[in-house]
Ligand binder design. Structure first.
Ligand code: 9L3
Ligand code: MG
Length: 129
């Protein structure tokens, strides 16, 4: 069983928040849906709320999990959820830039590979929210 990494597609006003990584070196400068690893036994929704509070200093509510999961290397897998802000403004502590992307801007940034398969469903959700 692969260990689970969770990521948030935080949606506001028809746009989604993308975040640019600073580490590790091979991922620096590339974009992701923010999030991180579940702790052992930690439910994915709780892990995602915790990771977003740590990385962006704001609170979210998970509204729906996107379909499927994607491999991260040999040992982990990525799951992604739609979410909305419930407190605060996202302010990066680990990322060096964040952007609110409209659906037609999703293809304009260099996403990490594990995130890319979620983009079609995310685009659909943004267009039909
Ligand atoms: N990862 C990939 N896409 C994402 C996230 C949040 C994470 N949207 C990968 C990057 C790392 C691993 O998962 O290899 C763990 O993520 P983190 O704890 O370094 O954020
Ligand atoms: Mg992270």
């Amino acid at each position: 069983m692969r260990k689970v990494v969770v990521a948030a597609a935080i949606v506001r006003g028809g746009r989604v928040l993308a975040a640019r990584r600073t580490a590790p070196p091979e991922a620096a400068g590339r974009w992701e849906l923010p999030g991180g690893k579940c702790e052992p036994g930690e439910p994915p929704t709780a892990a995602l709320e915790r990771e977003i509070a740590e990385e962006l200093g704001c609170d979210i509510e998970v509204t729906a999990w996107l379909e499927g999961s994607t491999p991260i290397g040999e040992t982990h897998e990525l799951r992604a959820a739609l979410a909305r802000l419930t407190r605060g403004e996202p302010t990066p502590t680990e990322h060096d830039e964040v952007r609110w992307l409209a659906p037609d801007e999703l293809d304009t940034i260099d996403w990490l590979e594990p995130d890319r398969p979620f983009l079609p469903e995310l685009r659909f959700a943004l267009e039909h929210a």
